[in-house]
Each structure stands twice: as structure tokens, then as C-alpha cells.
Design a protein around this ligand. Structure first.
Ligand SMILES: NC(=O)c1ccc[n+]([C@@H]2O[C@H](COP(=O)([O-])OP(=O)(O)OC[C@H]3O[C@@H](n4cnc5c(N)ncnc54)[C@H](OP(=O)(O)O)[C@@H]3O)[C@@H](O)[C@H]2O)c1
Length: 236
């Protein structure tokens, strides 16, 4: 495997630097390794930055998505109790199977009340916010005092904005979107660690749907209309 640069694109062949190639571990398929390369290293980096401790309550937004489905599993590996939040029963069923202790549908009003109740009224110690917008804002408001609010995306179209003074008064550490800028030099190491975890059966990449290259537009549509589970792959 090797990364091909940061701009992306689809092709049957690509040029890679020899020094950046690494072998897929025995016991792991190439599709599974592909599903883990980017999402897995991102999830690994986010988990390290959030410093999850055994027994923590961790809330994962978009928990049935590519990054979210891996965050749920990594948080469990770290000994945390996990609340997986997503939209609709099909996704929540997957999140439950991934090991979440509690699942919550954030398309239903009052969903953060369920999060608060699940954590004994305290709120989650760690929140992984990949959605932003109203969902991200509501998740920030329910984060426990002394907790970490980790931002990695804005799938809703709007990143969660948190006033630093408000975060300070609430005793919440915000690990902002800018954390991603420091991930680059670690991507290969983190991806390899995730692949080792997967080869050892500790985590399972979820490849929810695959499409032939000539149907790449359908793959994009599945991601955009929120029907995709886990990772979407093009097969060549
Ligand atoms: N993949 C990476 O390595 C990486 C790296 C850095 C940052 N990120 C960021 O992390 C976030 C998650 O990435 P991902 O690759 O895991 O994406 P993904 O698999 O496509 O998951 C995104 C999820 O966001 C949720 N969502 C909520 N509101 C949405 C909306 N208005 N439109 C579309 N989806 C919406 C959907 O789940 P529900 O239907 O359950 O709400 C969807 O499954 C993205 O914001 C991405 O930019 C990803």
C-alpha cells in the first residue's frame, strides 16, 4: 500500500514512491487495508489526542460512518464505555454490533437527554465531533466538566464553534479541527497500527458498500445521501 497524495482521485494505476510503500499485514485483505488506511489512521490519531482513560464515557457522533465506526471500536479497546450516536435504526443496529454500550438517534429531539441519563447525569468525558452544526453544538453542551471535546469534521456543513471563554468556564478542553494539520507525518505509522489491530481481530473495518469504478458517481451519491454504512470502496 501507499498513499498517492492528498487531493484524491480514482484510477486503475497510480505512481507511488518506493520508500512510501508498505506491506499489508498477513491475515488482512486488501479491501480491508484500504478501508483502514485513511479512516483508521485518523481514528487512531484522534483517540491518542483525546487521551481516553479506562471507564471514561465516550460519545461518538456519526458512529456508523467510516471514522466513527472505528472510533467506537478503539474507544472500547481503550476500556471506555461508548455511546454511539447516528441517524436511523439501520445505522444504530450496526453501532450496537460494533460494541457500543448505548446507542442514540440524534435525529430525534431531546437526544442529549438520553446521553446525559446514560452517563448518570454527568455527561460524556470525551466527545468525538465529526458532524458539527446543531448536533455538534448539542454534544458540546452535554460534555462533562473536565471532559475533552474533540473536533474532526463538519459533515453537517458547519464546524462546531465553541467560545474559548465558555469552554473554560465549563471546564471542557476543546481539541479543535486544527489537530488534523499535525496528523500528516504520522499517517503511515497510525495506519499500520490499525491494520495490525485488525489482523489481530481487535477492530473490524466496516465496508458497507462497494461499487465498480465505472459507477463511482453512485458511490458518491451513497455517501452524500447518508445511506452509506462505514466505508465505501470502488473495486477495480
Ligand atoms: N476519513 C478521514 O480520514 C477523515 C480525516 C479528517 C477529517 N475527516 C472528517 O471526519 C468526518 C467523518 O468522515 P468519514 O470519512 O467518517 O465520513 P462518512 O463515513 O461519510 O460519515 C459521515 C457521516 O456524517 C453524518 N452526517 C451528519 N449530517 C450529515 C449531512 N448533513 N450530510 C451527510 N452526512 C451527515 C452521516 O451519518 P448519520 O446519517 O448517522 O448522521 C454520515 O454517515 C467528515 O466531516 C470528514 O471530513 C475524515
Amino acid at each position: 500500500m501507499a498513499g498517492t497524495g492528498e487531493t484524491g482521485g480514482f484510477a486503475e494505476r497510480a505512481v507511488a514512491r518506493v520508500g512510501e510503500l508498505f506491506p499489508v499485514p498477513d491475515g488482512l485483505g486488501l479491501p480491508e487495508a484500504t478501508a483502514l488506511y485513511s479512516d483508521g489512521s485518523t481514528a487512531q490519531g484522534l483517540t491518542e489526542h483525546a487521551e481516553i482513560r479506562p471507564g471514561d464515557w465516550v460519545l461518538v457522533e456519526a458512529a456508523a460512518g467510516g471514522v466513527g465506526s472505528l472510533l467506537v471500536q478503539l474507544a472500547r479497546v481503550a476500556g471506555a464505555r461508548v455511546i454511539g450516536a447516528a441517524r436511523g435504526s439501520r445505522k444504530l443496529n450496526l453501532v450496537r454490533k460494533l460494541g457500543a454500550d448505548v446507542v442514540v438517534d440524534y435525529s430525534a429531539p431531546g437526544w442529549t437527554t438520553l446521553v446525559r441519563e446514560a452517563t448518570g447525569g454527568v455527561g460524556p468525558d470525551v466527545v468525538f465531533d465529526g458532524v458539527g452544526g446543531e448536533i455538534g453544538r448539542a454534544a458540546f453542551e452535554v460534555t462533562a466538566r473536565g471532559g475533552r471535546f474533540s473536533v474532526h469534521g463538519a459533515s453537517s456543513g458547519e464546524a462546531t464553534l465553541v467560545d474559548p471563554v465558555e469552554a473554560h468556564l465549563r471546564g471542557v478542553t476543546v481539541i479543535g479541527l486544527e489537530q488534523l494539520f499535525g496528523f500528516g507525518p504520522h499517517v503511515v505509522r497510525w495506519a499500520q497500527r490499525m491494520m495490525s489491530h485488525a489482523a489481530a481481530g481487535l477492530v473490524r473495518p466496516i465496508i458497507g458498500q462497494t461499487f465498480p469504478l465505472e459507477h463511482a458517481a453512485d458511490a458518491h451519491a451513497a455517501v452524500e445521501n447518508r445511506t452509506a454504512l462505514g466505508k465505501t470502496l470502488l473495486l477495480i
